[in-house]
Design a protein around this ligand. Sequence first.
Ligand code: SF4
Length: 580
Amino acid sequence: MASSTAPLSAKASSDGSASLKQTSNTFLENAHAALQDAGKAERRDLMALFTPIVRDAAMKNFGHFEALREHVKQVKQHSLEHLGHYLNQFEQAALHNGNHVHFAEDGEQLNSIVLDICQQHSARRIAKGKSMVTEETGLNDFLKRAGLKVMETDLGEYIIQQAGETPSHIVGPALHKSAAEVRELFFAKHDLGERELAETGDMVSEARRVLREHFLKAEVGIIGANALVAENGYTMLVTNEGNGDLCANLPNVLVICTTIDRVVPRLEDATAMLRLLVRSATGQPQTCYTSFYSGPRREHDIDGPLETHIVLLDNRRTEILASDYREMLQCIRCGACLNHCPIYAGVGGHAYGWVYPGPMGSILTPLLTSLEQSNALPNACTSCGRCAEVCPADIPLPDLLRDLRHDETKQKLSSSRWRLGMRLHGWLARHPALYHAVTGLAISTLHLLGARKGSFARLPLAAGWTSQRDFPAPQGRTFMQQYAARQRQEKDSEHKAAQNPGKDTTASRATSARAKAGRGAARRGAAERIEPSLRVDWPRKPDPRRPGGVRPAAEDSGKKPGAHPGGPRGKKPRRRRDHD
Ligand code: SF4
């Protein structure tokens, strides 16, 4: 499938719009430039401190994270395994509700469909809600070039649109901007007269004043969707500002732009996802507005659009579904992986050089554009694993990043020196005795050489590290050597404790500590078991003989209970690929 994704960078053009240029492969240069701005770096540090605390508190109060995460993962996997069926079911139900449904193979097609709709209604003004999908396709610039006035109505999106920038975060697009910068921007772009905009609230009121006027004049509203419900053809949207509802209900024509992987079988699947999405994104138990759109205004409705269109974008997602990276389609766009990533915190979203930043962006960008254009991104990762720990869709992000690095090596996109080093390392790692001998010798040597100063200002083969900071001198033994010594020590103590059962030895204290830890883990396991009120039954297996229909559940049909309720699973997603 041809890709027509519009590459983006954060550079403003003369007319205030973001210029379109993918810069993912200059990640290191972008990151270096980002680090020069001390003010932005300080704000990123604050965000990196603050957002995980808020998210952790929300999950702690909720108390069912693990169980619901498993459930959401299985719902998403089931939906993706039967994607054709559920899309068909969604389409039939949405048409039945009076919507027009369009399928767009790529970004160019989505843009053309939306423009056609606008032109059919002689629309000049568009009120637009936040949508990363339309960032992916470059819709705003496309419509602007056709002479339409598109106004972003999410406050963060509005700010960056005024600044001619692109989002730096998938949930908080203007997180990189300070209040002072926004004030300056409004002074430059708005007719403020004598007003000072001294408080943040004044700036919000000013944006609201401008946006309200536009809401009332717009002929077409464009929004995104967080989920598509196959059983009733509804689309779900969550916002904190209510701008999505104003875009959806005030203009006469509504266009919903989203992607095919958003479909889930039932309403309760969408709401189960919602419980994790919101807590993971902003730490709230619920967003201020959660809306389900069914279709155009009915006879007895007092408001709502007269015509609604749903545009479903593929843009390589079916290719991803058929690949080893299909787990990435489970992503619910919560942004938690960004908020917990030390690299994202260090350099910010624009350094990633395309629409999606952070760990999810480092995987999606190569998949949606090409690995050649973005092979720097899978390497922008320390493999710390925090992203996988917090991901509500349980996507093994570090595994996928490592697989992309493997593909990079296989396609010879990395330097030959790097590939040689990796081959040598791989060979050594497959010979453990030699590996331990070599690393043991290297660590002892470094220990001796660095003992006096305690660190190295320069080291051969480690210039990437030492150009930024000193390398600490090792303590003299490798981790494996220390671990083996500790195991021996514990074994000796246990042996002594067995010979002197009455004595309070180190081993008996260690044994009782382990037993206590075991009881704690059991208690935590019990707490993690989901409450009956939160349980959601399995989606039923689609019946291929009845488009839009479902087969009876295993229990009803007399099948063996406990069988996978979604039917036989397709190719089981692998957690990790065997690398040669
Ligand atoms: S990869 Fe996971 S954590 Fe990151 S945005 Fe997607 S769902 Fe959220």
